[in-house]
Design a protein around this ligand. Structure first.
Ligand code: GAP
Length: 509
């Protein structure tokens, strides 16, 4: 059974070195997390699985790694300067700031209903209520006060200001200058790096429609209220595809990607039955979107929340960057731009005339993926002897450690030397991290590896050398064999050392 609540996961992540609070020794920085020794492995494995499936296993995809800090003009003409904001409201009494929709959602149902009534909206259509609060700030302030909306910190009713938009982009200065205009933005989505490199990739690869560009990388959002562990953070990582297609074929490609992405999640151990598909209501769509499906995973404690968005961005981005270049005088006119194929156009596959392609964008968060994968894998079992074990039943390709090699006696040279040799041989298979583990008692080592999801533990013992040990006579049949323990079944099998690599490869590759 998957994790029942977020606390269980948070506790495991900290205890076993998956995730730590950012800048923790100075009291922590809200919305920033560091991935520890096991977290970095799990994260890398998720990203590798995504890249394998979306780049290597397809013939219509190219990869990219674009820079994080971007020219301010990119984010102006993408529409982010004007619209990438969340509504913010302040409590004059406590001086605390809140994201308006989160604040209202956290209230008791009667208070939410009173806000809706004061605004003349229905609570059933929450996005429309939020839109009304944003559009009529003076009414919104009065409604929040009269409905008795409480401050989540103090628990008291608040004296609420008019909501105002808060732009979530991080700015940073560029170069040693005091000039106020010398700043860039940390990208709020990796997507813009793909759009700005569209022409470079087309020229370098001679791609024709339809094809996609995939990118994995960091994005930054100055969230008003980061929360729920790594679910809503200010520094996040995204796995994004911009799939370029001929206008008119976009809806079919949208359906294609929805199906593809659901099967990918299934292959990572996140079943379809735990994901609801939300056809995002018009009033809730991002500024660039013609239609978006949000995949809503049923997170422990949080309930259904977005793990991935699959948007039809139409020709919004390439179109507006093309127009911007004409306006800035970088090309003579929009017409020239569209006709010359000089900029962000590509030949139509049938007419050969330049066309601004439509874009389907599957965009998944790595941090949210990690949380979902861990949550599904988290299992508590009661063993036959009545004891309880926590085991992370991760798909083997995602497991941070593939095999732990354990010498049963740390002071016996032949045992430790063979264990080290086995570690080196298994590491050479290239399946991921293999750990030489001689940190203590074998029972504790098994428990630790169950909790971090290691599929196999290999133990080199006295029987491997026909030595018996602890007063036992060794069974000659065990000579040259090691014990392999299976994480999920707990079965222990003796495998010949000279057959071990093939045995492991057959089960993990
Ligand atoms: N390029 C499209 C885009 O960025 P989005 O729905 O804003 O769309 C895509 O983000 C994905 O990025 C989300 O589905 C989520 O998994 C992840 N994401 C967005 N904001 C996040 C945050 N503050 N913390 C963690 N993950 C986030």
């Amino acid at each position: 059974m998957p994790a029942q609540n977020m606390e269980e996961l948070v506790s495991l992540c900290k205890r076993r070195g998956f995730i730590f609070q950012g800048s923790e020794i100075y009291g922590g920085l809200q919305g920033f997390y560091d991935y520890g020794p096991l977290g970095v492995e799990l994260k890398n494995n998720i990203k590798a699985a995504w890249w394998r499936s979306n780049v290597y296993e397809r013939d219509d995809m190219e990869g990219l790694d674009s820079s994080i800090i971007m020219h301010r003009m990119v984010l102006r003409h993408s529409g982010h300067e004007a619209t990438f904001s969340d509504p913010m409201v302040d409590n004059r009494k406590t001086k605390k700031r809140y994201r308006l929709d989160h604040l209202v959602k956290e209230q008791k149902p009667a208070v939410q209903a009173a806000v809706a009534e004061a605004m003349g909206e229905s609570l059933e259509n929450f996005p429309a209520l939020v839109a009304a609060l944003v559009k009529r700030p003076a009414d919104a302030s009065a409604a929040l006060i009269s409905a008795g909306v409480r401050d989540s910190h103090s628990g008291e009713t608040g004296d609420w200001t008019e909501p105002k938009p808060f732009n979530m982009m991080f700015k940073t200065t560029i170069g040693p200058t005091a000039d106020e205009d010398s700043f860039g933005y940390l990208r709020p989505e990796t997507a813009q790096g793909i759009f700005t490199n569209f022409k470079n990739v087309v020229d370098a690869t001679s791609r024709r429609l339809p094809f996609g560009i995939a990118q994995i990388g960091k994005a930054f959002r100055n969230e008003i209220t980061p929360r729920n562990f790594i679910f809503r953070v200010r520094e996040l990582e995204q796995m994004e595809i911009e799939f370029f297609c001929t206008p008119g074929t976009d809806e079919d490609w949208h359906a294609h990607w929805l199906e593809k992405r659901l099967s990918w999640w299934e292959a990572q151990g996140v079943p379809r039955s735990k994901i609801e598909i939300l056809d995002v209501p018009k009033e809730d769509l991002a500024h660039y979107s013609k239609r978006t499906y949000d995949l809503m995973y049923d997170y422990p404690t949080l309930g259904h929340e977005e793990i991935e968005g699959i948007a039809n961005r139409s020709d919004y981005d390439l179109g507006s960057h093309t127009k911007a270049q004409a306006e800035l005088g970088l090309v003579a006119s929009v017409e020239e731009n569209l006709d010359s194929v000089a900029k962000l156009t590509i030949p139509h596959p049938e007419t050969n005339k330049p066309v601004v392609p439509f874009v389907i964008e599957p965009s998944a968060g790595v941090d949210r993926a990690l949380l979902a994968v861990m949550s599904e894998a988290f299992t508590k079992e009661t063993l036959e002897n009545g004891s309880e074990r926590i085991v992370l039943k991760l798909k083997p390709h995602l497991a941070p450690i593939k095999v732990a090699v354990i010498p049963l006696a740390r002071n016996r040279e032949e045992i430790t030397a063979l264990a080290r040799q086995i570690k080196a041989d298994l590491q050479r298979l290239g399946l991921g991290r293999v750990l030489y583990e001689d940190s203590g008692n074998i029972g504790k080592a098994y428990r630790r590896h169950d909790e971090v999801g290691t599929p196999f533990c290999v133990t080199v013992d006295f029987d491997t050398f026909g030595l018996g040990g602890e007063g036992k006579v060794s069974d000659p049949a065990l000579l040259g064999t090691v014990t392999v323990r299976d994480r999920d079944t707990l079965a222990q099998e003796r495998v010949r050392v000279d057959e071990l690599s093939a045995w492991i490869r057959a089960r993990l590759a």
